[in-house]
Ligand binder design. Sequence first.
Ligand code: GLY
Ligand code: MN
Ligand code: MN
Length: 451
Amino acid sequence: MKSECRVTVSESERAFLRSRREALMRSIGNGIAIAVSAKPNSGPAGYRAAFRQDSDFLYLTGCPETDSLAVFIPQHPHHKSVLFLRERDTAGELWNGPMLGLEGAGEQLGFDLVLPLSELDKKIPEWLTFADSIYWDSSPELEFYERLRPILQGSRLRRNGAEILNIRDVIHEQRLFKDELEIGHLQNANDIASRAHELAMRVTRSGLFEYQIQAFLEMSMLANGSTQLGYPSIVASGANACCLHYNRNNCTLGESDLLLIDAGCESGFYTADITRTWPVSGRFSGEQRALYELVLETQQRSIEMIRPGVRLTELNDFAGRNLAEGLIRLGIIKCSLDEVLEKKRHKEFFPHGLGHFLGLDVHDVGRYRIKNVERPLEAGMCLTVEPGLYIQPSFADVDSRWHGIGIRIEDNILVTADGHRNFTSCSKKIDDVESLIGTVRPEELNRFLLP
Ligand code: GLY
Ligand code: MN
Ligand code: MN
């Protein structure tokens, strides 16, 4: 008999989940906090995507099921963390696979108490007596809104003036600082995605469609144990790379094109977010090489600056200035550095930010500013570093030999106590990249394709 693929959580994972809940409870003091699962996928749209648990709920509970809800009551004498979920049912398991069940959830996820959803309306009013404030996300589109609203809005606590505060603000501050379990997943997601990008380099040859490269890239991600992509893969050849979120992926690769791939997959729901750019022919042209070297140098020097205390604005300013100097040196921008920086002309070529937080979500949560002041980087934060240059074919004042070149190089970086750690191992030096391109022979690839 085949073993059932139920959710299994190790003792050490359970310890991380418990310590996240304890941290939340320290933050809310005498309050009560309620976190809810994502709604089930429904209707025709529901078949288009796999169910993805709400990231905040997942972070605190480890529970992948819809129709579940967690309550945290730090002042309760017996049970401070309670999970409500559906009882196992044969029909549900027939259609959707094994369910945790009340007993399973108790053991696996390490809650003090697990109850069926039918108890919800009775228990919450009871627990409100232990609290002086309510932490909840009261957005009407969320799961359980209609059921919780009358209980919470109408409670004696509320009538006595207790505030409803947004639980997400507390969770997002916690999620900004990655624990060792999260760091392990981010490293694993990066190892898998780095490997997949290198396979994409190996299978690259002119005449293939972008989606064919995408197929080999995503095959490699799944084959190495990733459960889902972090976001739709961008596979952009030639001038398509100048469209920042291109994902039609339906053009053929030209011999003289660059190919830009921005793709990442998940491990334990944490995603990598990696971009590499390489020449379809296996050799960068002079113009491509000059711009690639500029982006790579900017990226490497930006990463070198990362340590606690540095602000993202400093990194962005450095990157912008370095790219601007390079564009002037290459004759692509024809005015002085001061003028470029003052008029922000370089933003035409580098129109996005240098990076963003990364974690359970590709553009992860966490505040960049506190009371309108930018916060410095701190150990435990994870961010991307992704400078790029995009010479749009429409840039009439730039020599046409540069037109249609789009380059981005993106790695994922953990801020550590004494500096940083780069999770991303995928090749990016020119010689290393060139030596990988096209190394899978066409005959080998053709075995997988229709004649
Ligand atoms: N993949 C989206 C980004 O790089 O931010
Ligand atoms: Mn990206
Ligand atoms: Mn990114």
